[in-house]
Every structure is written in C-alpha cells, then in structure tokens.
Design a protein around this ligand. Structure first.
Ligand SMILES: [Ca+2]
Ligand SMILES: [Ca+2]
Length: 413
C-alpha cells in the first residue's frame, strides 16, 4: 500500500526541514568534538531502543488514509467537530479533512504573513478546550521576519476561520532560522503550552535553553482566558518564575528543539520529543502537575550524555531531568514526538506512548506513566515511513501519523 518515498527528492528536502532536518543540518555543519565522543558512549550503553532489546510486535497496522498532503506537518481533531481533521501545512494553510475528503477552501490561510521553508512556517495549532462553544484556536508561525508568533483566531463557521480575528498573544525574536519549536497544546489544567527551540544555529551558542531570562529553549505555559500585567494573557500561579527568577511564562527549560509534545489524555502527563544535536534523540516525560521548573538539561547534556559542561553548566534552580528514552543516530536523525494511545481501535497500543524518527521512519512505543519504560519497536506495520513530520489525534483518540505528505491511521493488525 504505502509507497516508499525517496528521502532526498527535492520536494522532500524542503519539507524535511520542518523541524526535523535540524539534526541533518547540524550534523553537517557542527558535528565532531565532544558531542560525538559522548554519543559513542551512549551507543554502547544506554539506548533503550537498541534492537537487541526490542520484541517483535504484532497487532498494529498503518492504513494510508490519504496522500497528496504536500508539506503537512500536523493534524488534529477539534472539540465539537466529529468527523473532521484539521491539517496544518507548513506553507501556511489549515485544511479540513472531512470524513476522509479534503475540503476545497482552506479553514485558514496565513501564507502571506509567514516565512516558510526550512524549519520555518506555520508550525502548530491548538483548539481551545471550549472551542465547541467559543470558536477560539491558536496557531504558531514564523512571521515575515522569521520571528515566532503565537496568535489567537476565531472561527466564522464550522469550516472557515475569521482571518480578521487575529490577536497576537506572544512574539519571540528568533536569532537563527532553525529550532523554532512550534508545537502548541492545551494541558489538563486548560492552560496553553508553547514549545520553543533554543533559537537555532548549533550547540545553542547563546546558551538560551539554560537562561531563564530567555523564552528560547523552553516550554511556556500561559492562561489565554484572562489577562494581567498589560499582557494579552495571564501567568498561571504555579509557573516557576511567576514571582521572579526568570520570565514568568516559562514552565520548563533546557530544551533544544521540542518537535512535538503532547498530553496523555487519560492521565494528563506531559511527553516531549526533544531533537538532539548530532548524536542523541530523546523522549522526556513529566507526570501530571509535577513539571513546573523542570530543567531538561540542554546544552549541558544531550540525552543522558554530557554535552557542553554537564552538571557544572546547568543554570536556573533545577538539576537536569534526564530523558525516559533515547536513541542514537545509528537509528535515526531527528525525533518526532507522538502521543499516548488511548483510542479504542488498536488494543496492542493501549497505554503506550508512540513516537518515531523523521529520517528512519521507525515507529517505537513505550509503556506510559507512571513508570515509563519497555521501549518496543513496532514491526509489521504494513507501511514504511520516511520524512515523519508529526503524529496527531482525532477527537475520539484515533492516532494518525504524517509521513512524506501522506496521512496514516494506526489500526488493529
Ligand atoms: Ca530559530
Ligand atoms: Ca534533555
């Protein structure tokens, strides 16, 4: 069924960058040095996903739902909209897949407002938990100057947004074109979480991720339902620097380029895929309501390995929280974080966090909280993926993955 797509066709190279080619680019321009030596150590020791530790699996199949989605890099359902999936195109459109058919007119088109290509573009979308009632949703893009904007919009109808409803919530200057993060999601606390990469280049030259006075290299948490201090949003009381010590929007820090994070819809736990420099890709986990102030370690650490400075180089109030899973570039190039499967279609994935790698297209799953572990490579999927840009969930918890411009759904095998 699924065609195996060449990794480096010109079109793919463009989409590649959608968050993922980071590792390739940086491997090319950075590489070498301490990071590489660390990676060798990691390869020998602690990769939880080493083939020898994997059990062959059965019971999971990928069904290709539709192709021709070009530079799609996210998909999600929306509250009150059963039967509809919203497809985010890097080049600036949000399109609607209605019962498997692509609606002709886009839901929203911001292509004139953005810079797209490489790791820039329309990168994230989240619907307000009360979207069915209030029609509000949020997008993350890089604007014409390459800087991050998080913007609220409102719908005009079930299938059309109102383009003139735009309200800019957050602007973050970007020093380099890569590592813009871009994922958005509402947590179980109804707050909007915003993922931001370290700003870019390689090895975080400005050390932004450890700097609690910078929004780069962070997971932010804001309350979009009220305002305070002249901001178009409020600062949740539990944010670690709400009363000083750093930017009050920060929830957790020490991230390199969180390419997709999600909340476990049953437990409320937070899962992050954080893209590595040139050697190690990682999965981070925080149990519900335990994460405020977490330091994920970048650039002092890459995965569980010392990168630049190790423990002595950590800033802010917290020691580093290591990943719950990692793999080296022997098995991929750039992690694509996914979701804890809570749907009903695939019993073999129930209660497991599913993730992949942009380059290798390998699909792994691991036992979800409270004690994550048991990484398993999913085999016998019936499709080979490459250029895996994102996972996504429908309203009812069906799990999807976008790879090479095609949309696949996880089915029972
Ligand atoms: Ca950047
Ligand atoms: Ca880390």
């Amino acid at each position: 069924m699924a065609r195996v797509r060449p990794l480096r066709s010109p079109r793919r190279v463009l989409a590649l960058v959608a968050g993922a080619a980071a590792a390739l680019t940086l491997a090319a321009c950075g590489g070498g040095g301490a990071g590489e030596a660390d990676a060798d150590t990691a390869t020998a020791g602690d990769t939880a996903a080493a083939p020898a530790q994997e059990a062959a699996t059965a019971g999971v199949r990928l069904a290709r739902v539709r192709g021709g989605l070009g530079d799609a890099l996210f998909i999600t359902g929306a509250p009150g909209q059963p039967g509809r999936l919203f497809v985010v195109q890097q080049s600036g459109q949000i399109r609607i897949l209605q019962n498997g058919k692509l609606v002709g007119r886009p839901f929203l088109d911001v292509s004139r407002l953005i810079t797209s290509g490489g790791e820039q573009g329309l990168l994230g979308l989240a619907f307000h938990p009360d979207y069915a009632r209030n029609g509000r949703f949020y997008v993350d893009y890089t604007n014409r100057s390459g800087d991050t904007r998080v913007v609220e919009y409102r719908r005009a109808s079930a299938t059309r947004a109102n383009p003139s409803s735009a309200r800019v919530l957050l602007g973050v200057d970007q020093p380099f074109a890569n590592h813009n993060g871009g994922a958005l999601a509402f947590g179980p606390d109804r707050m909007l979480y915003v993922g931001l990469g370290d700003g870019g280049s390689g090895d975080d030259p400005q050390n932004n991720a450890q700097n609690t006075n910078s929004l780069l290299g962070k997971l932010l948490r804001i309350d979009v339902d009220s305002r305070s201090g002249g901001r178009p949003y409020d600062i949740p009381a539990g944010n670690p620097f709400a009363d000083g010590g750093g930017r009050p929007e920060i929830y957790a820090y020490g991230l390199r380029n969180p390419w997709r994070f999600s909340f476990d819809r049953a437990r409320g736990d937070l899962w992050i895929g954080d893209v590595g420099q040139g050697s190690i890709e990682e999965i981070d986990y925080l149990a519900r309501d335990t994460g405020a102030g977490t330091n994920f370690g970048w650039r002092a650490f890459e995965g569980r390995s010392v990168h630049i400075g190790g423990a002595q180089a950590l800033e802010g109030p917290s020691r580093e929280t290591p990943p719950v899973a990692q793999y080296t570039h022997a098995q991929g190039c750039s992690v694509t974080g996914g979701y804890v499967y809570r749907g009903s279609r695939v019993p073999a994935l129930r209660g497991r966090y599913v993730y992949s790698d942009f380059c290798s297209g390998t699909v792994w799953s691991m036992r979800a909280g409270p004690n994550p572990g048991d990484v398993r490579r999913e085999t016998g999927l019936g499709a080979r993926l490459s250029s895996v840009t994102s996972f996504g969930e429908s309203l009812n918890g069906d799990l999807y993955v976008i790879a090479g411009g095609s949309l696949y759904r996880f089915n029972r095998g």
